[in-house]
Design a protein around this ligand. Sequence first.
Ligand code: SF4
Ligand code: SF4
Length: 191
Amino acid sequence: MRDLRSVAIELLKATSLSDGQVFAELDAARYTTVDYYRMACHILFQCKRCGRCCTTGNPIRLRMEDARDMARHLKIPLNRFIKKYANPDPDRPEVLNFKHILPCKFYDARAAGCKIYPVRPWSCRIFPFLGVYGCEERVVVNESCPGSVETMNLLTEALEAAGLELNGCGFVSPEEVRAAKIFLRQALEAL
Ligand code: SF4
Ligand code: SF4
């Protein structure tokens, strides 16, 4: 797990100025304050391996590139993979849905983990913080995911302590803010 204190400090720094104020190439904010909170949560998140998301997730979405990676991993042609494992989403033709869910076909109950973890789809990679669950105004904690609840509680406590620490240090320079934003954006780059 990443050091809670340092992630909280980076988050406070990153959200003290907008993206447009520290990235010369941008004239407006690309990511919001809430997005940086999501990134910090994602960095700190530790899965409890309870299996709830893999056994109750419905639907489980796949992008075409996820399907390609999984087909390659399973050493079968893409069209066979799609026929066997996916259905087109009725509302979004660019997205597929896993056919075998509740539980997901790739969930290994004995190992409490994913059989295709290195190539799990994007929707699984962003869970539980980087997706938006009906609200863009704040980070939505997924109450059914114990790791999600714990992460938010820990981060909330750490932010209080980090706030006191940063207030004692005085001015945060735009360079420090920029570095903090880049640090948190790693959460997205690593997906
Ligand atoms: S519900 Fe959360 S803690 Fe449980 S397996 Fe899924 S991600 Fe991990
Ligand atoms: S693909 Fe893997 S991580 Fe995603 S729901 Fe299935 S078992 Fe879970």
